[in-house]
Design a binder for this molecule. Structure first.
Ligand code: IPE
Ligand code: MG
Length: 225
């Protein structure tokens, strides 16, 4: 979810208003993803690096999170969507932690889709913590033991990673889980993204040939000897 600030600046309004508009996009995209049968949707809402933003913007983002959780709670429950946090919510304001705990708890049984909110999340820190967990559990280092020690334990790997806002980088996001993800970069700023834009990204994904190291001929089942 990138581009809220630039969207606001282009309209000569406050960045916070860009985040407000971005929150509306979140509702629309969550609904559309669920309709499309997406199993897990992860939204990069706040990175470990985002703490370096002006305090006023951080505060407004946290207030927006609490408001979002209150307004979306019923929709999540009604649509069988389980909310989960990737990251360490312990550094978030108390009100945000409480709201997250409440909505994660009350939606836990949702089986239609999982909505991961990456909050105070950084992939390198997650990986270091996972490695420490594997050591503490006295397990051998395997892909499975690391998978199981990540915030995304029990979830499938990332198939499609969409970055809005025109930048073409991963910004410390799900580096392990997205090892074989199809990457789609769109110039659209997050508040302008929506159901149709998601459909377009899914169509782009459907056209990609996912070879996982094999040849195209092998995938097509041709006899290549
Ligand atoms: C939203 O977009 C991402 C958040 C951290 C909430 P930005 O706030 O990064 O918007 P730009 O990149 O400044 O346009
Ligand atoms: Mg940005």
């Amino acid at each position: 979810m990138d581009g809220n600030g630039r969207w606001a600046e282009a309209r000569q309004i406050r960045r916070e208003e860009g985040h407000e508009a971005g929150a509306k996009t979140v509702s629309e995209v969550v609904t559309r993803a669920r309709q499309c049968g997406v199993e897990v949707l992860t939204l990069y809402a706040f990175s470990t690096e985002n703490w370096s933003r002006p305090l006023s913007e951080v505060t407004r983002l946290m207030e927006l999170l609490v408001r979002f959780l209150k307004t979306e709670r019923k929709t999540l429950i009604d649509n069988g969507i389980a909310l989960r946090v990737l990251g360490h919510p312990g550094r978030l304001p108390r009100a945000a932690q409480r709201a997250l705990d409440a909505v994660c708890g009350v939606t836990e049984a949702g089986r239609e889709m999982t909505l991961n909110l990456a909050l105070n999340y950084g992939s390198k820190a997650e990986l270091l913590q996972a490695m420490q967990t594997v050591v503490d559990r006295a397990e051998p280092f395997t892909e499975a033991t690391i998978d199981a020690a990540l915030f995304t334990a029990d979830q499938p790997p990332v198939d499609l990673l969409i970055r809005t806002g025109g930048d073409q980088r991963l910004s410390n996001f799900l580096l392990w889980q997205a090892a074989y993800a199809e990457l789609v970069f769109v110039d659209t700023l997050w508040p302008d993204f929506g159901a149709q834009a998601l459909d377009e990204c899914l169509a782009e994904f459907a056209q990609r040939e996912r070879r996982f190291g094999r040849t195209g001929a092998q995938l097509r089942g041709e006899n290549t000897q």
